[in-house]
Unconditional design. Structure first.
Length: 297
């Protein structure tokens, strides 16, 4: 059964005219008529009643029309799949915030890679401002990062507090909540790209404190190693600070939280949707997930 003949039959059924059907398919009308006759010969039934000004379907033509449309749709779908295989997997250039919780992130990436989505991930890591700049320039398609990532659209995944990390043996380690005044004279370890650093500095200055910075590092793991070794205190996301040898506490005058989600560049929403579906059903941490809301502004 010829695909051209099937398309010709459907076109005649929808236009009611051999001439209009030939124009739609960019075929000469004699060629279209030959294809229709061959289709009728193969089926052993007339499909069309040719009248002076119009071509109508026979009763069998009416019953055959839905099947012809299904056959054409299935062929088009198979052709699209074949072309996708020939092109290879689509690539999603995904940016990652360095302070994402490692184990949940690893599980997410592994599950997504094994899910057969036809999308291959190309990963890049950068601070939140760098990820936003790359998205806006089209160098990334999406990013797991801080939200809102204005002016780009995004979806929230989870929220968590920033807490003060200290050695488990520290004099304040048994306290779940600490006042800024109690930290007078305490050394600190900082990560220059920490997203709450400026707010913390302002709060300490308002309390009349200027903490001594004992160490700086760009690596979150090294920062926590310094804290555990007693070099100083540090502000860390709760999910990062949960480890042996570290105690966490909130600062009474400084309620710090962050929202993590997926942001994507203009035009990459469809490519990002499969990863978004995985990430939203993912168990990131025990903290309550944020409501399903668009965070674009």
């Amino acid at each position: 059964m010829n695909l051209t003949a099937l398309r010709a039959f459907v076109a005649v059924a929808e236009t009611g005219s051999l001439t209009r059907a030939a124009g739609r398919l960019d075929l000469a009308q004699p060629s279209l008529s030959v294809a229709l006759r061959r289709l009728e010969d193969q089926l052993g039934q007339k499909l069309l009643e040719r009248r002076a000004r119009r071509t109508d379907l026979t009763p069998f033509g009416h019953s055959f029309l839905p099947r012809a449309r299904r056959m054409l749709a299935e062929f088009d779908e198979a052709r699209a799949e074949a072309r996708a295989v020939a092109r290879g997997p689509r690539r999603l250039r995904l940016g990652l915030l360095p302070t994402l919780p490692n184990r949940p992130l690893g599980r997410l990436l592994a599950d997504f890679a094994m899910a057969g989505t036809g999308i291959a991930l190309e990963l890049a890591e950068a601070p939140a401002e760098g990820l936003l700049a790359r998205l806006q320039r089209g160098r990334l398609d999406a990013a797991l990062t801080l939200l809102p990532a204005e002016p780009l659209p995004g979806r929230a995944l989870f929220g968590e507090p920033y807490l003060l990390a200290m050695p488990a043996r520290h004099r304040l380690a048994s306290r779940p909540r600490i006042a800024i005044a109690e930290l007078a004279g305490e050394p600190f370890v900082i990560r220059p790209d920490c997203e709450v650093l400026a707010r913390a500095e302002r709060a300490f200055a308002a309390g009349g404190l200027k903490p001594f910075v004992a160490a700086r590092t760009a690596q979150e793991e090294r920062l926590l190693d310094h804290v555990a070794a007693g070099l100083g205190l540090a502000f860390v996301p709760e999910s990062i600070g949960r480890r042996p040898g570290i105690a966490l506490a909130a600062i009474a005058e400084l309620p710090l939280r962050r929202r993590i989600g997926i942001a994507w560049r203009a035009g990459a929403a469809e490519l990002s949707e499969p990863l978004l579906a995985f990430a939203r059903s993912h168990d990131w941490l025990d903290a309550a997930r944020l409501p399903d809301q668009r965070l674009a502004h």
